[in-house]
Ligand binder design. Structure first.
Ligand SMILES: C[S@@+](CC[C@H](N)C(=O)[O-])C[C@H]1O[C@@H](n2cnc3c(N)ncnc32)[C@H](O)[C@@H]1O
Length: 226
């Protein structure tokens, strides 16, 4: 089985228990709080900070074209999109099962300006320079072909456009590194090699004119301008 297939199988299973995933990623369940503390070393304040920092580059009145990849269950972003009714938003994910949760969420919220596309970040089905902003939350630690993912997210962004988001980086918090190696990689949720804060800065500087990277524990948070 290829790594692509392993990842798809893992997220297919997770997509079918989307509520469990949502509780973990938003820290809104007991399991989520336990995992946040034990695995990620995050308390309530730090947990709120990484998502706020990752979404901060998106202007409050954004009305351009936005690509989110991977959207997953959409639990972190559909509430934001509800506040951006003038924007044209496209959400992409490899896993139809994860994305089904996001589609249902968008439909329940009446978000007619949000479209969904199943696909691979390594071969995005969009023309060069299609988007004003590309958002990627917790995806690059999962993607099987990191080079293709960095290349493609940059290719579809317009000159002057913003690329922002977050994902796991190695070497910042030993406990997270241990759990990633022993739990998330074998389960197919994360795929090495992983960036460090320094390697991420270097990689992004090769593609973008402005690059800001910082971390909250093991979450690397970035904002770039093409
Ligand atoms: C940890 S989830 C993150 C979802 C969401 N952004 C969040 O923060 O809750 C990782 C997602 O990456 C998706 N994914 C993995 N490989 C992919 C690929 N090659 N192309 C697009 N999405 C992919 C998985 O299907 C999964 O939904």
């Amino acid at each position: 089985m290829t790594r692509h297939e392993e990842i798809r199988r893992s997220y297919k299973e997770l997509g079918r228990i989307g509520n469990l995933y949502d509780g973990i990623i938003t820290r809104s369940t007991l399991l989520g709080k336990l995992m946040d503390g034990l695995i990620w070393g995050l308390d309530k304040e730090l947990s709120a900070r990484w998502i706020e920092d990752a979404l901060a580059p998106i202007p409050a009145d954004f009305s351009g074209s936005l690509l989110e990849v991977p959207v997953g269950t959409g639990v972190l972003t559909m509430p934001l999109y509800a506040s951006l009714p003038e924007a044209g938003i496209t959400c992409l994910d490899y896993s139809a099962d994860m994305m089904e949760n996001a589609k249902k969420r968008a439909a329940a919220m009446g978000l007619s300006h949000v479209a969904f596309v199943q696909g691979d970040v390594g071969a995005l089905p969009f023309a060069d320079e299609s988007f004003d902003l590309v958002l990627s939350l917790n995806g690059f630690h999962a993607f099987p072909d990191k080079d293709a993912a960095f290349r493609e997210t940059c290719r579809v962004l317009k000159p002057g456009g913003i690329f922002c988001g977050c994902f796991y980086i190695a070497g910042r918090f030993a406990r997270t590194d241990w759990f990633v190696r022993h739990m998330y990689v074998p389960k197919g949720f994360f795929t090495p090699p992983f960036e460090t804060e320094e390697s991420l800065k270097e990689r992004l500087r090769e593609l973008y004119s402005q690059v800001e990277v910082h971390s909250v524990r093991a979450e690397g948070i970035f904002k770039c301008v093409k």
